[in-house]
Design a protein around this ligand. Structure first.
Ligand code: G3P
Ligand code: CA
Length: 269
């Protein structure tokens, strides 16, 4: 299964080291950013389906909480850009949000796409054998960690998800509730010890913005048993450079372009 490519928390350090060494030899994971958001409306089932069709083994999606404490997939804290609704996501109940169209803004052919629920995402992950990177957005409400951990408690859900956030305290809170959930620290900006920051909150992955990727940073992270996943890379040349630096995964809006770049790299080495 594809999700077995990931080492799990609780495995021995020998096994993790072996995963890391294997990681250095195998192709990076193709992670569809907000689904295949270059060719379908971001954070919708249509974008997830397109991602799978284009060869992604992993899908990144953004989560916000509704007024009635349900997780839904949408990037912005407001509805206006990607739906026909207006105002903050957190001011609406799930029932209200499910009335909205989340596809028309992108193209008429996607009319009728709805804002996905976390439960739909987890069902999709099981049915399609993909792993989801679930990004918890900053402005998710206080106490959301309990709702998230409860939602992931079902059979096999935690093994098909990696919780990521820019906020170390969010990852720390998730780990305290359930240490078996794999987490990744998103980082951007300069002048920080990113590896230390990830290790401090028990993350198993470091997720730097693409311009931060260097061979040195990747090697440093690998020495600390962290996988390195970078975002968001849509340019073919940049794909080549982050792959050459040794990253374990690449988030892209264009998974087919990344697949082609990886194939190309294989034939030229
Ligand atoms: O998850 C990495 C990346 O998605 C973070 O930025 O704004 O696209 O959610 P953003
Ligand atoms: Ca994101």
């Amino acid at each position: 299964m594809r999700f077995s490519q990931l080492g799990r928390i609780g495995e021995s350090s020998d096994r993790i080291e072996s995963d890391t060494m294997i990681g250095a030899m195998r192709e990076p994971w193709i992670i569809a950013h907000r689904g295949a958001s270059g060719c379908a409306p971001e954070n919708t089932l249509a974008a997830y389906e397109r991602a799978v069709a284009l060869g992604a083994q992993f899908i990144e999606t953004d989560l916000h909480l509704t007024r009635d404490a349900r997780f839904v997939a949408i990037h912005d804290k407001a509805l206006d850009r990607t739906t026909n609704g207006t105002g903050p996501v957190r001011d609406h109940t799930l029932t209200e949000l499910r009335e909205l169209d989340a596809g028309m803004w992108f193209d008429r052919q996607f009319m009728g796409q709805k804002i996905p629920t976390l439960e739909e995402i987890l069902a999709f992950a099981r049915e399609q054998d993909v792993v989801f990177y679930l990004e918890i957005k900053y402005d998710a409400a206080w106490g959301m960690h309990h709702a998230l951990v409860a939602a992931l408690a079902g059979a096999g859900n935690a093994a098909r998800t990696i919780v990521i956030s820019f906020d170390p305290s969010t990852l720390d809170a998730v780990r305290r509730l359930d240490a078996s959930i794999m987490t990744g620290l998103l980082v951007e900006g300069a002048n920080r010890d990113y590896v230390k920051a990830a290790l401090e909150v028990g993350a198993r992955q470091l997720c730097p913005r693409a311009d931060l990727i260097t061979r040195e940073l990747v090697d440093q992270a690998h020495r600390s048993d962290l996988h390195v996943v970078t975002w968001t890379v849509n340019d073919t040349a940049k794909m080549g450079s982050v792959v050459s630096a040794g990253v374990d995964g690449v988030m892209t809006d264009l998974p087919d372009r990344l697949r082609a770049a990886l194939e190309d790299k294989k034939t030229t080495v």
